[in-house]
Design a protein around this ligand. Sequence first.
Ligand code: ADP
Ligand code: MG
Length: 832
Amino acid sequence: MLTLKFGGTSMGNARRILDSVEIMIGRAKTDRISVVVSAVAGVSNSLQAAIDTCVAGGAAAPCVEAIRKTHEDICAELQSALRGFNAESVMKQIEPNFAELEKLLSGVASFGECPTSIHCRIMGMGELCCCPMVYAVLTAKGQSVLLLDSRKFIFTTGDQKEGDPDYAKTSEAFGPYRDGVEKDQARILLLPGFVCGWYSHSDSKPVMGLLGRNGSDFSAAIVAASLDAKKAEFWTDVDGIYTADPRIVSDAILVQDMTYEEAMELSFFGSKVLHPKTLAPLAAKNIEAWSLNSHNPSARGTRIGRGPYKSEDEVGPVRGISCLKGTAMISVSGSGMKDRTGIASRIFAAVSRGGISMLLITQSSSEYTISFCVRQSEAQKVNDILSAEFDIEIRDKIINPIDVRENCAIVSIVGDGMKQNRGVAGKFFDALASRGINILAIAQGSSERSISCVILGSDGDMAVRTAHLFFFNTAQTVEVFAFGAGTIGGALLDQIGEQQKDLRAQNIDIKVMAIANVDGMLLDPNGVKLSTWREDIKKSNKKTNLDEILAFVKESKPLNPIFVDCTASYDLPERYLDILKAGMHIATPNKRANSMTMDFYHQLRKTANEMHRRFLYETNVGAGLPIIDTLQNLFKSGDKLTGFNGIMSGSLSYIFGRLDEGVSFSKAVLEAKEKRFTEPDPRDDLKGTDVARKALIIAREAGMSIELSDIKMNSIFPKDFNVEGTTEEFIKRLPELDSYFADLMKKLSKDKKVLRMGASIKDGKVSVGMLEVGPDDPLYGVRGGENAFVFQTARYTPIPLTVRGYGAGAGVTAAGVFGDILRTVSFNPEMK
Ligand code: ADP
Ligand code: MG
C-alpha cells in the first residue's frame, strides 16, 4: 500500500487533474494505493469568503453559484479531453452538495453567525466536491477505484475544527482495506482530505469535523498510518522541500533528504510545505514521506524519514529557514516577580486551560520577564486570561499589566546538525543585524534543532532572505534603481545588460528594477527588460517619481537595493538621506551631495552607517580612475596627505596641452568645444568651479573640514578681461587673450616649464588655478584630455602616488559606477 496526497495545486484545473490521475495510475501498477485529494485550488478560500460574506449579511446564492461554476467548467473540460467522462452525471452527483451549501450559507446569512458545526460542514464541501470528479476520471480510464467517505473512517475528538485523531477507532474502520485482508480489493482507494467524523464524547454519533486548515496532508498521514502504507507521497507544485519558501527566496536550494524532526520543526514554524501535524503519525510508524511535484513528476523530490542521510553533509548545519507570520508576543513582567515562585507555572497553566498553545517561550533573567508567542487571533483571549489570573498581583503592582505586541513574525533556522556546530546562532543574529532588523526575542528549541527570533511581521520576508544569503550564500543579489538615463546612465544600463549573464555565472544576480528619466519611469518587480528599455520608457505612462520608488522599496524590501543617481540634478542629492533611510545604497557620479555643506556631508555618512548601507561615489573624481577608493584605503591604514596637485578636467587638460604645441589659446578653446570636451559654455570649465568641487571632495576625503567657499580660486583670466555676456560674445572676445597666454608661455619656456590648469592642496589650503610645471613634475606630460592626480603622502614620499588616465567620458564613468554597484555585493558573508 502506498498513500498519495494531491493538494489543491494538483487539482487546479482539468489538465492538472488529468496529470495527477496519470501519476496515480502509474503508482497503482505496482502497488495498491490510497489517494487523498484536497479541494480544487481556490475553492477553500472561496468557501471561507462565502462564510464571511454571509456572516456580514450578504447573499448566499452568488457565492454558491461561483463555486458550482468552477466545478462545472472543470467537468466540461474533462469531458472534452477524456472519452467516457460524463460531465452531466458527475455534476448530478455533486449537485446535492451545492444545495446543502446554499442552505447552510443562507442560515449563516440570516443568523449573522456561523457556529462551529456549520463552519465544518461548509468548509469541507470543497473536498467532497472534488472527489467525485477524480473518481470519474479514474473509472473513465478503466481503473478499479473505491470511493471512501473520510467522515466514516477518520475519527477525531477534541476541537471539531482541528480534532485529535482517535487512531484506534480509525484503524479499526480501515481494517478491511489493508493489504491482503480481503480478496478482490480495489487497487485504488480514494478519499476526500480535510474532513473527518468528529464526536464530542465516545458514545456520541460522529458528525462532520475537520483536521485544521490545510489538513489534507494530515488526512493522508492518518490514512497511511492506519493502512500500514510503506510510503506516503505528498504531491504539490514544487520539486520538494527547499531551504526556504521558493516564493520568497528565488534561489532557495532543494533539500534531498530531511529527518522527520527537521521537517516537523520547519512546518511548526510556518513552512507551508506540510501541515505541522502530518509527520508525527508517519514517524511513529516509520513510514517515509516524500514531497513531490505533480507538475514535474520525474523530479526526485525530497525524502523525509528517520535519517541520518548522507546528503546532510553537503548543505551544512542549517537545513531550512521558515517564517511564521500573524503571531503576537505576550510579555509578563514586573519587579516583584523575582521573589515569587510559581508565576511561570501559573502563566503556562492558565494559557493551557484556555486551550491555547504557545509557539515559543523565552525568559530573561535580569528583568524577570516571561515572553511567549501565540497566534495573533488568540492574543486577546490570552490577555484576558492572564489579566484575570494575575488580577491581584497587577493591582498590587507586583506584576505589570500584560503586554501584548501584535503583528510579529517568528523566523527560524532549523537543522539537526546545529547541535554540533558552533557559531550558527551568531551568524543568524549577524544576518538580521546586517539589515537592521530588530530582534524582539530569541528562543532555542529544546532539541537544539532550531533557533527562532521574534521580529516585526513586516520584516519577515527580508529576514528570511537575509538569513538565507548568510547560510547558503548562493547568488548574491543587487537590485538597481537607475535615476537618470542620459549618456552616462544609458551607457551604464547597456553595460549591465551585457554583463548580466557573466555575472550570473559568478553567482551575482544583478537586476534593474527601475529606470527613470525625463520621459517617464519603468518599474518592474521582476526586473526591467534591458534590451528594450529605451523604447519602453517612451511608451511608459508612469511619471518619474522618487517617492514611488521609495514606497516600492519599503514595501517589497529587496535584499540589496541600490539607487544610482546618474542625473546632473541639483535637487535630487538633497533627498539622499531619505533614500538611505528607505534602505538603499547610493552610487552616483553626481558631485553635488559631496560638495554641499560639511554638515550634510557628515549626515550622509552617519545615515548610511546607521542603515548599514553604502554611499559610493568613486566617479565623483576622475570618472573611472581609482581615486576615492585608493584614498580611503590609504587614510584608513593611517597614511596622511601632505600635498596634492591634479589636472582634473579633460577639457582643461586638452586646452593647456595645446598651448605647449604653440596653438593659440582661443583656437585651443574652440577645438576643445568642437570636440565636445567642454560644456556648451566653455566658461563653465575655464572658471574652474568643477575642478574646485573635485578638489573639495579630495580634501574632505583627506579629513579636512572645508567648504566650497574656502577654496581659493585663482582666475586664469587677466584682471582687465571681461568674462561677462553671452556665450557668443565671450567666444568672440577670446582672441584678446591669445597674446597674454603666448607671453606667459614664452616666459616659462626659458625654464623649460609648461602651463597647466588644476588644483593644489598644500598646508591645509586648497586652491584652483594655473600651475607652472617643470619637466620633472608628473603633470608635465599630461595633456590631450588626460587627467592626473599626484598625491604626496607621509608614505608616498619623495616619489608621489600618481594616477593617470582618461578622467571623463560616458563609457569609463559608467564603468566606474558599475564598479561601485558591484562593491555592494563583493562582501562575502563567510560561507558555511
Ligand atoms: P498543496 O495545495 O499542494 O498542499 P501548498 O500550496 O499548501 O500546496 O504548498 C506548496 C507550497 O508551499 C509551494 O508552492 C511553496 O510556495 C510553499 N513553500 C513554503 N515553504 C516551502 C519550502 N521550504 N519548500 C518548498 N515549498 C515551500
Ligand atoms: Mg498544503
